[in-house]
Design a protein around this ligand. Sequence first.
Ligand code: NAD
Ligand code: GLY
Length: 366
Amino acid sequence: MSATPASRVAVPIELGDRSYDILIGTGLLDDPKSFDGLPAAACAAIVTNPTIAPLYAARLQTALGARYARVLVIELPDGEAHKDWTSLNTVFDALLAAGCDRKTILFALGGGVVGDIAGFAAACYMRGVPFVQVPTTLLAQVDSSVGGKTAINHPLGKNMIGAFYQPLRVVADLATLDTLPVREVSAGLAEIIKYGPIADSEFLDWLGTNLDALRARDKTALAHAVRRSCEIKAWVVGQDERESGLRAILNFGHTFAHAIESGLGYGEWLHGEAVGCGMVMAADLSARMGLIDPSLVDRLVRLIERAGLPIVGPKLGVPRYLELMRLDKKTESGEIRFVLLDGPGHEVMRAAPQALVAQVIDARTA
Ligand code: NAD
Ligand code: GLY
């Protein structure tokens, strides 16, 4: 058990009968109260991986033991390269072999890879069982555990096979971030920085002042950053759960990022690293289209660099970038569409002249 009592805030996400709370605090993982009110079930299953399991699975299992008679632990191989059919099937195999019925509740304990696979497994197993996100990376606490996007990758494109499926709750224990590798903290900062330019210029200012505290894992700074990120994401998802419009703003930088990830091979760059660099490229494209002043690009580049993230993309070549970006889910009738800035805290989604996209790729890759 954790030595200190749990402290928490709850950020609600309003989705009618699929509404839920994002609990944010320290000591939540060990506290059975974090799981109060979840449905009864004969079987609960923690989906995790061999890196996270030795750190946190037994503690979560004990907390859940107060509620569930049987708590299985299912381990998937670690890494983006394993966000695939084989891992998904591993979850189904384990649940079926253990005789888990349609009331089984899944707990995704880990980063975005575990969360995306476990959520998709929950959406499919016996046509849908409840699940809870217990994110343990900064990136997962501020983004992937919230909003119900679940998926696996396909060799031809990232997150191409999946479903919208909301968790019943998100339990984000900030204390789990103490064991996160430095590179993963930076990756999480990319998705936090994203919320500034797309939605909240005051938050962008706050990040400029508090970035070093966040990198040092100061709990007060982390609590504010995770909470504000979740509030913004909850506000967006509450209006456009299935991305018919507004939700696309959460993909700022992601069109370039997904090309980098699949172009280099999944796992070569971390998702957050690709997003950081993708934001540099998308901001540069916005400036070249005359939508923002170049000073905003410089400001973002400095912040992304200070977060410990790459600001220069890999040299895949213009034709390869274009080919990969055409596979993006925002592409319509073969036309690549980008989330672009048109001022601090404002964005638009539209196609861009190919010559300008090529200029950005030439200028921002090496
Ligand atoms: P990840 O899940 O690969 O986790 C990063 C690494 O940290 C892994 O090796 C993991 O085992 C390890 N780890 C996790 N928690 C730890 C801890 N507390 N201590 C020590 N090690 C720990 O990567 P990620 O950045 O969390 O997630 C990236 C994935 O999330 C990508 O697949 C991306 O597509 C997806 N994503 C999904 C959404 C969504 O809305 N569903 C949003 C953003 C990103
Ligand atoms: N991370 C993008 C989204 O949730 O829509």
